[in-house]
Design a protein around this ligand. Structure first.
Ligand code: IMP
Ligand code: MG
Length: 174
């Protein structure tokens, strides 16, 4: 079935909000270095744009976990596909996610990262679907709270497609 994409957040809205989060992080971490941990693949577009707008020193690392197949429903299974290259000891870690949905992925991930002895771990997500939360996770920086719609663009995919859209769109199947 062919799907249709409807704009939820324009490129300008997303860019403006990322600038605001970058400014906030730069203020909150004044005098420190932040270590951004990108959750692949979805978080990659957001992390690159955000990192460019942070004015304190930044280092980056990537990890990949899988919780979704080619479907729009959570499997509830979290698996580390690619681990970080660098240790987290004494670092000011900010986990960068595309979206927090059920919270299952993040809850697992944050516990695992905490156990590696960072100075602190914060969570920054471009999108949050609070209505869908199953596991409680504390989000420190949120781009936008959105309704319970399946969204794509800015790193988010539907069956690996649409990650490259420069805006956030809703997938419609009518
Ligand atoms: P959670 O563990 O249910 O919070 O799932 C988080 C992950 O599910 C995200 O990092 C995305 O990869 C994926 N996901 C959740 N909702 C959406 C959506 O609306 N569009 C695309 N991917 C989504
Ligand atoms: Mg993700």
């Amino acid at each position: 079935m062919a799907e249709r994409i409807e704009v939820l957040l324009t490129e300008a809205e997303v860019d403006k909000r990322i600038q605001e989060i970058g400014d906030q992080i730069s203020k909150d971490y004044a005098g420190k270095q932040v270590h951004l941990v990108c959750v692949l693949k979805g978080g990659s577009f957001f992390m690159c744009e955000l990192a460019k707008r942070i004015s304190v020193p930044v280092s980056l690392d990537f990890m990949s976990v899988s919780s979704y197949g080619g479907d729009t429903k959570s499997s509830g299974v979290v698996r580390i596909v690619k681990d970080l290259d660098e240790p987290l000891k004494d670092k000011h870690v900010i986990v960068i996610e595309d979206i927090v949905d059920s919270g299952r992925t993040l809850s697992y991930l944050l516990d695992m990262l905490e156990s590696r002895g960072p100075a602190d771990v914060k969570l920054c997500t471009l999108l949050d679907k609070p209505d869908r939360r199953v596991v409680d996770v504390k989000v420190d920086y949120t781009g936008f709270e959105i309704p319970d719609e399946f969204v794509v663009g800015y790193g988010l995919d539907y069956d690996q497609k649409y990650r490259n859209l420069p805006y956030i769109g809703m997938v419609k199947f009518d």
